[in-house]
Design a protein around this ligand. Structure first.
Ligand SMILES: [Zn+2]
Length: 268
């Protein structure tokens, strides 16, 4: 999955320090990442303009910073989605994680409580209001991915309606306020397919910065005699498939793809 960057080590301790040679400067414009024309990332020593730098995180000994690179020469814009397949994968992970933080910093300019301009806190990865003391932390939305099997050993695969992602997927959805993550699983499956699921087992989690999400992957059981009634607003396809189902071009990035792959290998 895209966060599996070993032997590299992601260090998200917040210890702001000034950039130095070799550090990477990440710049964004909405859904675009600013990269050099050769498709690589800008290093600190390559900056030609004056910038302010917001410390983000480190991978191994390299520190990553957020900056406004719109004035830098010879940069190209690349969609954040391209990072699903970009190599090296540790830099793809850094670019998407940085994009989540970019959006969050961009959207926290003013205090939601009193309207004053917010500033990055010096001790934590947070924005602080100098007037009323309001402290705002990065937005991470919990969500579930559910691999549902029936008594025949089949899996429930879906396709989204009205989304750019057109491949097979699993039932998925965001947690709502006041529910456990297990209740999220049951509610989302019920809403999207009308199935009742039992025997939930947690598989793995995944930080999914493409949607500011922390994903929780679960396996669950549903009786195949229940009729599938699709939520047409969410899905255009939902049905039971055998292990030999043809799932073309599953990516290496997502928890969904890994769970479908595990099922196909009989390792679910
Ligand atoms: Zn305030």
């Amino acid at each position: 999955m895209y966060q599996d960057i070993a032997p590299h080590i992601y260090d998200n301790h917040y210890h702001p320090c000034p950039p130095s040679a070799g550090d990477i400067i990440l710049g964004y414009e909405d859904n675009q990442i600013l990269m050099k024309e050769d498709g690589t990332f800008l290093h600190y020593e390559e900056c030609r303009r004056e910038h302010s730098f917001q410390y983000l995180f480190a991978i191994d000994q390299i520190h990553f910073y957020l900056s406004d690179l719109s004035e830098e020469d010879a940069m190209q814009k690349v969609s954040y989605r391209a990072m699903r397949t970009y190599e090296p994968s540790d830099l793809a992970f850094a670019a998407v994680t940085g994009w989540q933080l970019y959006q969050w910093y961009r959207d926290q300019k003013y205090c939601g409580k009193c309207g004053e301009e917010m500033h990055p806190d010096t001790a934590e990865r947070a924005m602080r209001c100098p007037k009323c003391g309001n402290l705002v932390y990065p937005k991470i939305m919990p969500a579930v991915i559910v691999g549902i099997r029936n008594e025949k050993g089949q899996i429930l695969l879906t396709k989204y309606a009205n989304r750019p992602y057109t491949k097979f997927a699993l039932v998925a959805g965001f947690a709502e306020i006041g529910e456990t993550i297990e209740e999220t699983v049951k509610r989302e499956v019920k809403e999207e397919t009308d199935l009742d699921v039992t025997d939930l087992t947690f598989y793995k989690s995944q930080p999914w910065s493409f949607s500011s999400t922390l994903l929780f992957g679960f396996w669950a059981h549903a009786d195949s005699h229940q009729p599938i009634i699709m939520d047409d607003g969410e899905l255009k396809e939902a049905g039971w498939y055998d292990r030999d189902v043809n799932v073309d071009n599953l990516d290496q990035a997502s928890l969904t793809a890994e769970m479908i792959r595990m099922y196909k290998k009989g390792r679910d």
